[in-house]
Structure formats: structure tokens, C-alpha cells
Design a protein around this ligand. Structure first.
Ligand code: ZN
Length: 348
């Protein structure tokens, strides 16, 4: 979803290379050997796209509870918290498709999908080559997302990249080396099997005084509580962890970061989360996210009449969604959390 992504990179400190004297005189110039790094894992290995293209759509009927449908897959329940490593026992809260850790408050997707099941969940329908959204959706998404890196010396990291984009490296994030002035996890941390290990690696890559930016869905937001199993950003099983803001903030501090800014709006998707949730309450549980996608990018088929019904429901729900957004952001319980943190000058 296009969100306020464009504003996330507006801070010049993202690109604060080292000042050095030029050979000819004493004027300091910015030397960009320290680069920005953006982590954006996306699709699945290209080799697997073809084989699963035909079977990639959800088997669950349209309108089914997506969390309950996911909880029925053939995989073992998550044995431990993917965030803090706590072994699950009777004290943890089990809900369809996820288990909330009694120690850290982060929920882990359960059953825990195999690599193959996860690959199928990222199959071709999720991100077709032609684009995901109908109408102007893809253009808006491209403009807001690419603005994150525009004018900056930045690289993307996507282990499943097909190599077509020279600015994206097809490696795992933890294979990245070097010194970086910033690392950005833009709606990507929740897709990782070991998110805290990735944060720790980011702390090693970022130079003292450098910046870490994280935007993730807020699993304890008002909209997450209200819409429950049908919350847009639950997105099982692609989202493997469902993060509680205090757990994220305390983890960053533990890794030697100083929190400079927290926003419950800037991460985007807040209004759409409400709209999607409210439309899902209408008879037949229309999936608005599917409705605005191209037909080949939908999880389940939608007739033109049903699409029209879903879009009409969205128009009706819009004022309520706007009010819901305003309330949850004001209460610092918005649908996403955006954190800007600086690595302390002295290594911790
Ligand atoms: Zn935990």
C-alpha cells in the first residue's frame, strides 16, 4: 500500500557520509563511501514461481476467516517466540494462526511455515511481473516507495531479486558487509524468520552516529484489536512476527540505539487498514485489498458485481475509517509504528 513512505527519507542524516578535505584545499566535501542501505525482501525465488503459479491462489473460499484458514495448514505449531526465543508454554496466548509470547508481547505465526509453504505464500499472485494493483495503484506505490532512495547513494537488499535491478543485491541481509550511514527496514522486518538477529546485524553495519529506520505493522494497535483475525496486516504467513511497539523500542535500545522519533502514522497503511477492516465487516466479508489488485494478483476470484459492492462499501466506510485513524493515531496506537533511532557514538 502506498503510505507516507516518501517522508521517511526526508531526514538528511540518512545520507551523512564523512566530511573530508579535498586534495586541493581545505573545503570539506561529503564523501559517500558510507552508504544508505534499504532492506526490502519481496518475492520468492524465480525458479519456484513457474511451478506454483497455477496452484498459488488460496484454497479457502472467498469470505473465509483468513487466520482460521491458515491455522489449518499442515505444519507444526511454533515452538518458540521468533522475537525473543522464549519457549512457548501454557502461559502464552494462542489465537488462530499466531501465538503471543507471555515474555515479550510479540506474537509468532503458528503453525510455523516451512520454506516451501512460505514460498507458496509469496507465489506469483502476490507480486506479478505486471504489477499488483489496478488503476493508478502501482504508479503511486512506485513513486512513494522509490522516493525512499531517490537522490541517495543507496542499495536495496532482496534475497529473491531476479537481478534485473542493478541497485538491488540478491543476498540475505545478514550477508551484507561494510559501513553504512543508515539501514531502513520498510515493512520488511516482520517478514524475517529471525528479526532480532537481523537488527543486531544492522547495528554492526551502521557507523556510530548513523541511523536505523524501522516501519512495521503495530500488532497492538486499535485496528489490530478491533479486526482481529481479519486485520489487513496480520497477513499470514508472510508476516512471521506481529510486533508490539514496546518490544521493538526496548530491543533497539538494548542494541545501542537511541530512539529519536516514533510515529504511529508515518509508517503508512493506517487509513487503509481501517478501510479494509470495516469493509470486511460487510456481508460476504469482501476483501478490499484483493478488490484493488489486478485480477491475476488476487488471492480469490471476485466477480465484477462483487468488486463494485466492495468498492461501494469502501465509500460508505471511509468517514468511519478516517475517524478511527484519527483516534488511534492520537492515542499512539496507530496501525503502524515508525521508529527512527541513532546508533550511539560509543559502541555499546
Ligand atoms: Zn517473546
Amino acid at each position: 500500500m502506498p503510505g507516507s513512505a516518501h517522508s521517511a527519507a526526508a531526514d538528511g542524516t540518512l545520507h551523512n557520509g564523512h566530511a573530508e578535505a579535498t586534495a586541493s584545499g581545505s573545503v570539506p566535501v561529503v564523501h559517500s563511501f558510507v552508504k544508505g542501505l534499504i532492506y526490502l525482501p519481496s518475492a520468492k525465488p524465480a525458479s519456484r514461481v513457474a511451478e506454483s503459479a497455477s496452484a498459488s491462489h488460496s484454497d479457502a473460499p472467498a469470505g473465509a476467516n483468513p487466520a482460521v484458514a491458515y491455522s489449518l495448514i499442515d505444519a507444526p505449531p511454533a515452538a518458540e517466540c521468533a522475537w525473543c526465543g522464549h519457549r512457548f508454554d501454557g502461559a502464552d496466548t494462542r489465537r488462530p494462526g499466531r501465538t503471543r509470547c507471555s515474555r515479550c508481547g510479540v506474537a509468532t505465526t503458528s503453525p510455523w511455515p516451512s520454506d516451501e509453504q512460505l514460498g507458496d505464500a509469496y507465489a506469483v499472485w502476490y507480486r506479478p511481473t505486471a504489477g499488483r494493483f489496478s488503476g493508478a495503484g502501482d504508479a503511486v506505490l512506485k513513486r512513494t516507495r522509490s522516493a525512499l532512495a531517490n537522490g541517495r547513494d543507496a542499495v536495496g537488499v532482496d534475497p529473491y531479486s531476479n537481478g534485473a535491478n542493478p541497485h538491488v543485491r540478491a543476498v540475505e541481509f545478514e550477508e551484507m558487509t561494510g559501513e553504512w550511514s543508515a539501514v531502513i527496514f520498510w515493512h520488511s522486518l516482520e517478514h524475517l524468520r529471525r528479526p532480532v538477529r537481523s537488527l543486531r546485524h544492522a547495528a554492526e553495519l551502521i557507523v556510530p552516529g548513523g541511523m536505523l529506520i524501522v516501519a512495521v505493522p503495530n500488532a497492538t494497535s486499535m485496528q489490530a484489536r478491533l479486526f482481529g483475525d481479519r486485520w489487513l496486516a496480520l497477513d499470514l504467513p508472510r508476516h512471521l512476527v506481529h510486533i508490539d511497539p514496546p518490544a521493538l523500542l526496548s530491543q533497539l535500545e538494548e542494541l545501542g540505539f537511541r530512539i529519536e522519533r516514533v510515529s504511529y502514522l508515518r509508517g503508512g497503511q493506517v487509513l487503509f487498514g481501517w478501510l479494509h477492516g470495516l469493509v470486511g465487516r460487510f456481508p460476504g466479508h469482501p476483501d478490499l485489498y484483493d478488490t484493488i489488485r489486478r485480477s491475476e494478483a488476487r488471492q480469490a476470484a471476485q466477480s465484477p458485481a462483487f468488486r463494485l459492492y466492495a468498492l461501494g462499501a469502501a465509500v460508505v466506510a471511509l468517514p468511519v475509517a478516517a475517524v478511527g485513524t484519527a483516534i488511534e493515531v492520537a492515542r499512539r496506537a496507530g496501525g503502524t509504528i515508525y521508529v527512527q533511532a541513532r546508533r550511539e557514538q560509543k559502541a555499546s
